[in-house]
Design a protein around this ligand. Structure first.
Ligand code: BG6
Length: 515
């Protein structure tokens, strides 16, 4: 498509037409299942109050908690107030708007009475606070009850808007299934009650500004896309590193491990955005179609390849950020004979015209030296280097690094002449930093995603075929590891992972970046 300069200067770029987060959402009852859990207090409630503070929620928007804890409306409101206080400042004007709209329904997720009471509570809100029959259900429960909750919502009719309202949508937290078969079964169960366009499968990485900026960088500029392919890119590294350990989440993590917790979702989503073809538009379908195609082009590993192309590891005790930390096996709630991995490194190939022959190296781990997520494109060398080896001794490959977090920005590494009489060339960096370039503050990922769900914009949520493609990539690893009695290899907490991961790249004559 040809875009005239006038168009770029004035009306929105056609590629960006789908994005509009400036409007206020329609009033709704936001029903949070798992309301007494950590996510509600740490992320959802602070995000909702921030949206109200920016007047992006309609007055009357009400928050209904559902959970097994025995709370009443007043307890829940007080708890949500504390959550907002802990997350930062309370915006008293926003709070005053929200304050009268807190309700709590206490009960089991498999108990029909819970839903009957919920139906009455939500109906009362429609009358008392003008929530207009709109419902946004947010499933932040243990994944085992997702299908049950949705079935029960269907039984009492809460899966449809009431009173001629506009919408009833369901946001589903990860993990979406444990493997390909369970994800498909979950999908089938959800689709018995809901249409696909009511389902918002969340991956909070897609709510991060810098993850969305992968699209802006690639498709709003003419200088990057021409080199974004096998002709110029030697290899791609995607890293999601965390310095934290498993903390108090061992119960969940023992079942998940790094593969299900990070690779299947966050890492593969970032991979899809990095590798996809240009979309025709920024419409939900435009973007998600291309992501599905990119994931679909990933070469699936067979059992033998899993052992050659993938490293799974687990942290031993060590030092991170100046503090001594225990090994995974010594964390509370971890089984002594656990085989759960806290680190995965892998080499993937994408079999299409753009990427054939370009290795994608992916890694993620807990208890690495620092929290850092980045995408690094390493470019091929020049065809002929007209310098003596000594002159170019400090010249590394050209690289474009998208710093997703923290210190959000972009770095371009290239060679420059070292000042002086000799002609030495050394690698230098050109940095763009979000913090320095923009006065606007980036909204938290959950703010963006909650608002999009209320607006009915599914672009940044995972479509059913994307989930399936992601599990398809991960399934051979799950199968191979299930058959392998050996525990993961060890790495010391505070290091960048095991030697085996270094050898994976060394075999290709490459090295992991050491940020
Ligand atoms: C979550 C995982 O999805 O993402 C956690 O369950 C992980 O284990 C977290 O710590 C990382 O998110 P972020 O936004 O801190 O990079």
């Amino acid at each position: 498509m040809v875009v005239s300069p006038e168009r770029l200067a004035g009306a929105p770029h056609p590629l960006l037409e789908g994005l509009d987060a400036g409007r206020a959402a329609a009033p709704a009852a936001v029903v949070i299942f798992g309301a007494s859990g950590d996510l509600t207090s740490r992320k959802l409630m602070p995000a909702l109050q921030a949206l109200m503070a920016r007047q992006q929620l309609a007055p009357g928007t009400s928050i209904v908690g559902v959970g097994r804890s025995d709370l009443d409306h007043e307890d829940f409101r007080a708890r949500m107030r504390r959550a907002v206080e802990q997350a930062g400042d309370v915006d008293e004007r926003a709070w005053a708007e929200l304050e009268g709209g807190f309700r709590y329904v206490s009960g089991g997720y498999d108990d029909g009475t819970t839903y009957k009471v919920l139906d009455e509570v939500v109906g009362d809100l429609d009358r008392e606070r003008g929530t207009a029959g709109n419902r946004l259900h947010y499933l932040s429960t243990p994944p085992g009850v997702f299908a049950d909750v949705v079935r029960r919502l269907g039984e009492v009719g809460l899966h449809r808007p009431a009173l001629g309202g506009e919408f009833a949508r369901v946001v589903i937290e990860k993990p979406f299934g444990r493997d390909l078969a369970s994800a498909e079964a979950l999908d089938a169960a959800l689709h018995e009650v809901l249409d696909e366009d009511q389902l918002y499968r969340i991956d909070h990485y897609l709510g991060k500004e810098t993850v969305q900026n992968v699209l802006a960088l690639r498709f709003a500029n003419s200088i990057f896309e021409p080199v974004w392919n096998r002709r110029y890119v030697d290899s791609v590294q995607i890293t999601v590193a965390e310095s934290e350990g498993v903390g108090h989440r061992a119960g969940f993590y023992e079942e998940a491990g790094a593969l299900r917790d990070i690779v299947q979702n966050h890492l593969l989503q970032v991979l899809a955005l990095t590798a996809m073809e240009p979309p025709v538009s920024m419409s939900p379908q435009g973007i998600r179609d291309e992501k599905v195609k990119a994931l679909g082009a990933v070469d699936l590993l067979d059992a033998a390849e899993v052992s050659a192309e993938v490293v799974r590891a687990r942290y031993r005790g060590g030092w991170v950020g100046g503090a001594e930390v225990p090994g995974y096996l010594d964390e509370d709630g971890v089984a002594p004979d656990s085989r759960t991995e806290t680190y995965v490194a892998m080499r993937l190939r994408i079999d299409n015209w753009r990427w054939a022959g370009v290795p994608f190296y992916l890694r993620t781990g807990k208890r690495l030296p620092k929290r850092m997520t980045e995408v690094a494109l390493q470019f091929s060398g020049v065809p002929h280097l007209p310098f003596a080896p000594t002159q170019a001794a400090e010249l590394g490959p050209n690289a474009l690094v998208l710093r997703i977090q923290p210190d959000e920005g972009i770095t371009l590494r290239f060679g420059a002449k070292v000042p002086g009489q000799s002609f030495d060339v050394r690698s230098v960096s050109m940095d763009f930093s979000y913090g320095a370039a923009f006065l606007e503050e980036a909204p938290e990922a959950y703010e963006r995603l909650l608002l999009d769900a209320l607006h009915g914009d599914p672009t940044l949520f995972i479509r059913t075929d994307e989930v399936r493609q992601a599990w398809r990539i991960v399934q051979p690893l799950l199968d191979a590891w299930a058959d392998d009695p050996a525990p993961p290899v060890d790495y010391d907490a505070g290091t960048w992972g095991p030697e085996e991961a270094d050898r994976l790249l060394a075999a290709d004559g490459r090295r992991w970046r050491r940020p």
